[in-house]
Design a protein. Structure first.
Length: 150
């Protein structure tokens, strides 16, 4: 998992599926936080035109040729559908946020040989600040961070 996380962090261009018109949704928080630390983030939302002035892409295939890294911040069924429809020649890795991972989605990623991350919050790794910096501190203190990231 560490190698896949490193590839995400090195990518500098990342897609996020699960952007919403509801500002409190986690996909939106991811978009704001990851953008704020210098990443070029491509929002994917089939029912939303823009987020913070940036055009939203209607589907993951619109990312092809732009990035190989996708964070999925949707419900489980949508996540499984997204992975089933990914062309692994274009999207090489996905990060399932809490609530998006399911056996169906994970099995689809395995079948397509797409590297994936599950069980850890992306915001702990993208130059965390605020609450997420505290989250990293306690994860390191209690050992769960080291299990994932050394």
């Amino acid at each position: 998992m560490k190698e896949t996380i490193d590839k995400f962090l090195q990518s500098r261009k990342i897609g996020i599926a699960g952007i919403s018109s509801k500002p409190q949704k986690f996909g939106n928080a991811l978009y704001k936080e990851i953008t704020s630390v210098g990443y070029d983030v491509y929002p994917v939302a089939r029912n939303l035109e823009k987020i913070e002035g940036r055009d939203c892409l209607k589907d993951v295939s619109s990312l092809y040729g732009t990035t190989e890294s996708l964070i999925i911040a949707t419900g489980k069924q949508d996540a499984a559908n997204i992975v089933r429809n990914i062309d692994p020649a274009h999207i090489k890795r996905v990060w399932f946020t809490k609530g998006s991972e399911s056996e169906e989605a994970i099995n689809a990623a395995r079948e397509k040989k797409i590297d994936f991350i599950q069980g850890v919050c992306p915001l702990m790794f993208f130059k965390p600040h605020g609450f997420h910096k505290l989250h990293v501190f306690f994860s390191k203190l209690f050992g769960s961070y080291r299990k994932v990231y050394g």
